[in-house]
Design a protein around this ligand. Structure first.
Ligand SMILES: *[C@@H]1O[C@H](CO)[C@@H](O)[C@H](O)[C@H]1NC(C)=O
Ligand SMILES: *[C@@H]1O[C@H](CO)[C@@H](O)[C@H](O)[C@H]1NC(C)=O
Ligand SMILES: *[C@@H]1O[C@H](CO)[C@@H](O)[C@H](O)[C@H]1NC(C)=O
Ligand SMILES: *[C@@H]1O[C@H](CO)[C@@H](O)[C@H](O)[C@H]1NC(C)=O
Ligand SMILES: *[C@@H]1O[C@H](CO)[C@@H](O)[C@H](O)[C@H]1NC(C)=O
Length: 194
């Protein structure tokens, strides 16, 4: 008698326990699979740990879609570029900035503006990879992503050999280095898309 009560109670309880635990373990497994997808893709980039750090947060929306991963990489670069732009703009308004510094910083802001424009164009091209002119769109995306690197370098080169406050130089340098690395990673992901 007691045994049978135990059995009749235990079975539904076990069933409930299974229903609760199964989706959780499988959800965890799925998330891990998405994270591994990002890690595997990031392996082709030059700055692997930066790639993982910036793109793993997008894993659950990227799932296992390489095109979406490329778009996320471009979005991250846009964010960093906008951030760099505001950092550089703040420097320009600082007290004690010389005319030469102000002029170099102004050019740099233009470079970053161009970079943001190119990144947005690259995102647009990525959206059209399903079109008939797929090869053309892919090639555009690559061209725009590499133009971003050129623009960030052009800002940094504007400072070389010029008399610029070392702190200003260092801050701009590290902001530009960030854009260069993120754009290089995005380009590598686009290059390995197919
Ligand atoms: C990355 O590549 C190396 C060798 O190129 C390989 O040993 C490693 O397992 C790869 N990692 C991932 C996460 O794919
Ligand atoms: C990947 O995502 C893009 C954009 O969201 C979509 O157009 C494309 O069909 C997806 N590819 C696959 C294989 O699901
Ligand atoms: C934005 O720039 C500042 C430096 O001005 C830096 O400390 C911060 O981490 C940057 N954030 C992003 C998301 O790039
Ligand atoms: C700026 O960064 C480059 C590498 O991108 C480095 O060679 C150079 O020394 C840096 N300059 C300053 C002032 O930090
Ligand atoms: C560079 O970008 C990364 C990722 O967006 C951010 O965490 C970091 O703070 C940025 N550094 C600078 C100097 O902008």
């Amino acid at each position: 008698m007691e045994m049978s009560i135990c059995k009749t109670l235990l079975f539904p309880l076990l069933t409930i326990a299974l229903f609760i635990s199964l989706p959780q373990t499988s959800r965890a497994a799925t998330n891990e699979a998405y994270t591994n997808f990002v890690k595997t893709k990031c392996n082709v980039t030059t700055y692997i740990s930066l790639c993982e750090k910036t793109l793993i947060p997008y894993a659950s929306s990227v799932k296992t879609n390489s095109t979406r991963l490329c778009k996320a990489a471009l979005d991250v670069t846009i964010k960093a570029s906008k951030n760099a732009s505001s950092t550089v703009s703040t420097l320009r308004k600082q007290k004690g900035i010389t005319r030469i510094e102000a002029s170099i910083i102004k050019d740099c802001i233009e470079d970053v503006k161009d970079a943001v424009y190119e990144l947005k164009q690259a995102v647009e091209a990525m959206k059209h990879l399903g079109d008939k002119d797929k090869a053309f769109q892919l090639s555009n995306a690559k061209t725009y992503a590499s133009a971003v690197i050129t623009d960030a370098d052009s800002c940094t080169e504007g400072f070389s050999g010029r008399e610029v406050n070392p702190t200003v130089k260092e801050m701009i340098n590290s902001s530009m280095a960030n854009i260069t690395k993120l754009a290089s990673n995005a380009l590598a992901l686009i290059n390995h898309l197919y």
